[in-house]
Design a protein around this ligand. Structure first.
Ligand SMILES: [Zn+2]
Length: 95
């Protein structure tokens, strides 16, 4: 939404200095002390993988895998982590 407002303001006055979304978000975080926390969520929005669900690999309500491409062993997961891949995330949400 911020980007839409930013684009509209740029069209009406291209010389108007407008901060990027990231700059505004950082300023709001600094002023309010409220920061964004990202955590994995069930792709069906049943739960967030935090608290008692933090270590689960599948949703306890709909049984959907936490990961886009489920891994069968912890060795494979560690191998992917070592390669720096982030393909294990199903979806991210704000808690
Ligand atoms: Zn679910």
């Amino acid at each position: 939404m911020y980007q839409n407002v930013q684009e509209a303001l740029c069209l009406s006055d291209p010389l108007r200095p407008i901060h990027s979304y990231e700059v505004i978000r950082a300023k709001v975080e600094h002023l309010t002390g409220i920061t964004q926390i990202q955590t994995d969520m069930c792709i069906n929005s049943c739960i967030a993988y935090t608290g008692p669900f933090e270590s689960l690999d599948a949703c306890p309500k709909c049984a959907t895998s936490r990961y886009e491409h489920p891994l069968t062993t912890s060795e494979q997961r560690q191998g992917n982590a070592a390669e720096g891949e982030e393909s294990h995330s199903n979806s991210r949400g704000i808690v």
